[in-house]
Design a protein around this ligand. Structure first.
Ligand code: ADP
Length: 260
């Protein structure tokens, strides 16, 4: 039997625990609310902006007196708007599949050097259009390059990170490399871009988090790319991290366990 004093101590303790749990639940509900608002703000911005430019420039294209140069420029803008919409839709579908646990790992033997070189060649024109160079800084020996992993996921992880490197860099270069250890590979993507403030370096992997989330933000994007990349890396049993310095650049590292 507890004494009255002990009973009081226990009930104060329980009340304190209840309060802590309630506070925790309240904070989680608020965080989830903030995420929902961020989702709506972000996605509606990412759908409306290209839609407005598509409709606007299609109207302008109806003018029969346009010069060829003007017509080509407007067609280019409409195409860019379409691509931006498609990217947003792809990101939403990818993250929804992750949430619904409908993404599965499919292992096959690949040549990791070949994958890195293919991705570089795919993004070369985007980088060069901004005056950036994009190169591989390290590859592994032919034998070490043969690894068993999920090709599509590695492709998608690297693509998301390289797209960001190009987007957030205006002068300099992007460097992509791969290292092989006994039971894993480490891929890295280095850029000389705007960098990421220390206090944001962890949260950018959360859904919809962007360093600049203002309505007037300079860079387009759904805020989903890194959370998709992180989900895929973790599905493969790996890790993703970064080093970054503001106004100097960022390096993203991806470590993935592989077998021969
Ligand atoms: P977004 O669609 O906004 O690019 P991501 O999930 O891919 O979404 O990235 C989240 C945020 O992380 C970006 O909005 C940006 O603020 C920051 N970020 C990602 N990659 C880089 C990079 N290479 N350099 C600077 N900032 C970056």
């Amino acid at each position: 039997m507890l004494t009255t004093a002990a009973n009081t101590v226990v009930s104060v303790y329980v009340r304190k625990k209840d309060r802590e749990e309630l506070l925790f639940a309240k904070e989680r509900a608020e965080e989830s609310d903030r995420l929902k608002s961020a989702f709506l703000d972000n996605i509606s911005h990412e759908i409306r902006t290209p839609m407005n430019s598509i409709f606007g420039f299609i109207s302008l294209l109806q003018n029969p007196n346009l010069t060829n140069i003007e017509r080509n420029e407007y067609i280019h803008i409409v195409k860019e708007g379409g691509e931006r919409l498609l990217n947003t839709i792809r990101d939403i579908v990818d993250i929804s599949e992750v949430e619904a646990k409908q993404v599965f790992v499919e292992l096959s033997k690949i040549d990791i050097n070949e994958l890195v070189l293919t991705i570089i060649s795919l993004y070369k024109s985007d980088a060069e259009a901004k005056g950036l160079t994009i190169n591989n800084s390290a590859l592994v020996s032919h034998d070490s390059a043969q690894v068993k992993t999920d090709k599509n996921k590695v492709y998608s992880i690297l693509s998301n990170i390289i797209k960001n490197a190009i987007k957030y860099t205006s002068i300099g270069y992007i460097e992509i490399g791969v290292e092989r250890n006994l039971s894993d590979i480490v891929l890295y993507v280095k850029d000389t871009g705007i960098g990421i403030p220390v206090e944001k370096q962890q949260v950018i992997f959360d859904r919809f988090v962007q360093v600049d989330s203002s309505k007037t933000r300079l860079y387009e994007g759904s805020g989903l790319g890194l959370s998709i990349a992180k989900a895929y890396v973790e599905m493969l049993g790996g890790k993703i991290w970064l080093n970054s310095e503001l106004n100097k650049g960022s390096t993203f590292y991806i470590q993935i366990p592989v077998s021969d």
